[in-house]
Design a protein around this ligand. Structure first.
Ligand SMILES: Nc1ncnc2c1ncn2[C@@H]1O[C@H](COP(=O)(O)OP(=O)(O)O)[C@@H](O)[C@H]1O
Ligand SMILES: [Mg+2]
Ligand SMILES: [Zn+2]
Length: 504
């Protein structure tokens, strides 16, 4: 039976890990000096080595070699590799996320290791634990026996309670640089006696976007045809025109008003059966990347891309202004919402392309700022808004943005078109008997009005009090670029569910 490359080539000792030098150095040193921590948190994108490193660390804690630990060869190392070592316990929190699962774990923690020096618990996807399970885990993390070590791994550390974070030594796994990935793949090709051209490896590495696992999967599929010679053309053919490139081009065409070119390119991209809704999502994500790379201090922290891909996007970003990006994000997120319920998502996307290529003003909000002066009400609120986003008075203690997001996530589950309210409006005040939301467009305002009952119900559910909703329209822009950036960023934050820090 064929074993996938990424399974066949899992590093067994520290020296085989690609990249992650900062982490390897710390762990090796701790093992050598017997100063390992009792709880680690491994964070980072999928396929960057969290599970692999957790197992290597578990070996290091149990290896019986006199030399460098882990040796990869002693009985402990081999048993851990095979998954038969009794004292290394791997738990997938995605499928064992209940409080009972963690209680069981707590019971087993009481017993010292059967054969090894340390009992090691590796809890993968730990952000999936229920809140009850987190609490149960916390008790164990607080005072674990000397012979126990925990290694928690997650792709989404922001979902972990602070109490858990504060009890772990956190190590952040980075995307592996393209050059390192290329070298790693070269080694594998040599071992397998397959010839893959340098250009081909470069294309694979660019598409892997820092994930070794993804790189190996692409390589795997490129060589699965049985070809002993693989060049860049083969790789591109396999990948289809679905890389970041197509979005760069599409964005470029629409910005230059080349509607026909853009529509043709779309037709080409969709001709090999790509899902239209996914395509819209990916393009929206490209705009988000443009925004981040252009305006955020450390884009690599908020953009899920390798350094090299960030550089490519930066180059395109230079030609775009905020208006272009703003318009792209808003247009595509509306299209995405509409496409969810439409039987003709492609037509909606084509319409979006036409709209985007025919928008000529340079700042997306320019039209709005030409409108009549804002009503008194709105001006008040927007001033308040800049002071901070915590509610005062009756709603004290609530962070308005968090509350709003919670309501909108709940609402989205209840009713799909809710999305448009979550992303197009924000909660600006929580008072004794009312709460106020501010809609960015007339369309969103109407939509919120239509969903009044559900919104009021959800707010009650999340705050424990009945309140009536007030809806304001805020399409007046005072128009300086920085505020536009903040607003677009806030919109992107809501649409994409991430935190954005804007460079001052
Ligand atoms: N840093 C790395 N060095 C070498 N191979 C890696 C690395 N990260 C991932 N891999 C490859 O990808 C596979 C899956 O990696 P894994 O450690 O499970 O990733 P994660 O837990 O971060 O999602 C491994 O079997 C290995 O082939
Ligand atoms: Mg993993
Ligand atoms: Zn060993």
């Amino acid at each position: 039976m064929y074993t996938a490359l990424y399974r066949a080539y899992r590093p067994e000792v520290f020296g085989e890990i690609l990249g992650q030098e900062h982490i390897v150095k710390i762990l090796k040193n701790q093992i050598n000096t017997d100063s390992t921590s009792h709880a680690y948190l491994f964070c980072g994108t999928r396929g960057t080595g969290k599970t692999t490193t957790a197992r290597i660390l578990a070996k290091g804690l149990n290896c019986v070699s006199e030399g460098n630990r882990p040796c990869g060869e002693c009985k402990a190392c081999r048993d851990i590799k095979e998954g038969t070592f009794l004292d290394v316990i791997e738990i997938d929190a995605a499928s064992n996320n209940g409080v009972d699962n963690i209680r069981e774990l707590r019971e087993s923690v009481k017993y010292p290791p059967a054969t090894g020096r340390k009992k090691v618990y590796i809890i993968d996807e730990v952000h999936m634990l229920s809140s009850g399970a987190f609490n149960a885990l916390l008790k164990t993390l607080e005072e674990p026996p000397e012979y126990v070590a925990f290694i928690l791994a997650t792709t989404e550390p922001q979902k972990l309670p602070a109490t858990i974070l504060s009890r772990c030594m956190r190590l952040d796994f980075k995307r592996v640089p393209e050059s390192v990935l290329i070298e790693g793949m070269q080694d594998i090709c040599k071992k397998r006696e397959i010839s893959v051209s340098q250009d081909a490896l470069r294309v694979i590495a660019a598409n892997a976007d820092g994930s070794v696992r993804d790189g190996l999967s692409i390589l795997d599929q490129c060589i699965s045809g049985g070809d002993r010679e693989v060049d860049a053309k083969d790789v591109l053919e396999f990948l289809g025109a679905s890389g970041e490139e197509i979005f760069t081009e599409l964005t470029d065409f629409t910005r230059k008003g080349k509607t026909a070119d853009a529509i043709l390119l779309l037709a080409e991209a969709l001709s090999d059966g790509k899902d239209v809704r996914q395509f819209i999502r990916d393009w929206l994500n490209h705009y988000r990347n443009l925004l981040m790379v252009k305006f955020v201090r450390n884009p690599q922290d908020v953009v899920n891309l390798s350094v090299e891909n960030i550089e490519r996007i930066r180059r395109q970003g230079e030609a775009l202004d905020l208006g272009d990006i703003n318009r792209g994000i808003l247009e595509l997120s509306e299209t995405m919402t509409a496409a969810k319920w439409s039987t003709q998502p492609r037509i909606l996307l084509e319409l979006a392309i036409v709209k985007l290529s025919n928008a000529t003003d340079s700042i997306g909000t320019a039209k709005a700022s030409k409108q009549a002066p804002e009503p008194e009400e709105i001006r008040d609120l927007s001033e308040k808004k800049d002071e901070g986003r915590m509610a005062v008075g009756a709603g004290a203690g609530y962070d308005l943005d968090t509350l709003w997001r919670a309501v909108f996530e709940d609402g989205e589950a209840a009713k799909g078109s809710f999305y448009i309210i979550g992303s197009g409006a924000r909660l600006t005040a929580l008072e004794e008997s009312t709460f106020t939301i501010e809609a960015g467009t007339e369309h969103v305002k109407q939509h919120a009005e239509k969903n009044r009952r559900l919104l009021e119900e959800l707010m009650k559910k999340h705050t424990g009090m009945s309140r009536a909703m007030r809806i304001l329209l805020n399409n007046g822009e005072k128009g300086n670029e920085k505020r536009d950036v903040k607003k677009t960023a806030a919109e992107a934050e809501k649409i994409l569910g991430i935190n954005i820090e804007i460079q001052e």
